[in-house]
Design a protein around this ligand. Structure first.
Ligand code: ZN
Length: 280
């Protein structure tokens, strides 16, 4: 039986309740990973701390969709599309993320929300492909990397992406999240501490199979999780390991943790196919 916090009951009418009480009416989402490209022969030592520098693998570039029946279509991350990234990285089997969502029957206009896990080019660049979406990002992440005029504060964020996110903020479509373990909408909660970037976040999504964790780059590969190895690109390895351990506690089963770039995801979840993995 679910506990109901008395203050929540009293304050519900004023919509002032912030207690983390699971709501009986929280929607149950369907979660899909959508592969929109492949980065070929990527060095594994850039993903898993201490990996053999000769190892290379074709990694998946993904966005993740959480869909509530008759309701929200929430993306975690938005991929990339700008020419400079295309020219530099030359992804294989590439499809613009706003086109790739057609594989799950959606148009770009249908996306109601985009949760940006962090401001790297391959996760944030496509945020402006979804014109109706609210863009959710940690306030500390935004403030750390984008100044008050829309300029990049460091090379961690591309200058074009800084200007683009600033423009979305000025248009009133940015939602800044204040910190860890925040339920940003019913059934979806975000967490900090992975320290891939200053305030990178991961998310939990409630499904009919239980809680799915969308790790994004806070765990690049299953290898990070299985071998308890920090990601190679982190501000703080210990924090990253703590975040990965936390993901294992949050997920209803280990297989429901979705790493950020692992092609094995599409082997473990082969249906429906065509670069779409239905996690639940
Ligand atoms: Zn990244």
């Amino acid at each position: 039986m679910r506990k109901i916090h008395l203050a929540c009951v009293l304050l519900a009418a004023a919509a002032a309740c912030t207690h983390a009480v699971p709501k009986a009416d929280a929607p149950s989402y369907e979660v899909d990973a959508i592969r929109y490209g492949v980065l070929q022969r990527f060095p594994v030592s850039g993903l898993v701390a201490g990996a053999d520098t000769s190892r290379r693998m074709d990694v998946a570039a993904m966005i993740w969709l959480a869909r509530a029946p008759g309701g929200r279509n929430v993306l975690m991350d938005a991929g990339f599309y700008r020419e400079k990234f295309m020219n530099r990285w030359k992804p294989a089997n590439y499809e613009r993320p706003s086109v790739a969502v057609a594989r799950v029957g959606l148009k770009p206009d249908d996306i109601t929300d985009v949760i940006i896990s962090h401001i790297h080019w391959d996760h944030a660049d496509g945020a402006d492909l979804f014109p109706n979406a609210r863009i959710w990002i940690q306030r500390e992440e935004y403030d750390k990397y984008i100044d008050s005029t829309g300029r990049a504060k460091s090379s961690t964020i591309d200058s074009l992406d800084a200007a683009m996110l600033f423009g979305i903020a000025r248009a009133g479509r940015i939602r800044l999240v204040d910190g860890d373990s925040v339920e940003i909408m019913p059934g979806i909660r975000v967490f900090t501490g992975g320290k891939h970037t200053f305030a990178s976040q991961f998310a939990t999504v409630q499904t009919s199979n239980g809680t799915v964790v969308l790790a994004s780059d806070n765990a690049y590969l299953y290898e990070n999780l299985d071998e308890k190895r920090p990601i190679a690109q982190t501000l703080d390895s210990l924090s990253n390991l703590r975040a990965q351990a936390r993901m294992k506690q949050l997920a209803s089963a280990p297989r429901l943790i979705v790493p950020g770039h692992d092609p094995l995801l599409f082997v473990r979840f082969p249906a429906p196919g065509n670069g779409v993995a239905r996690i639940r």
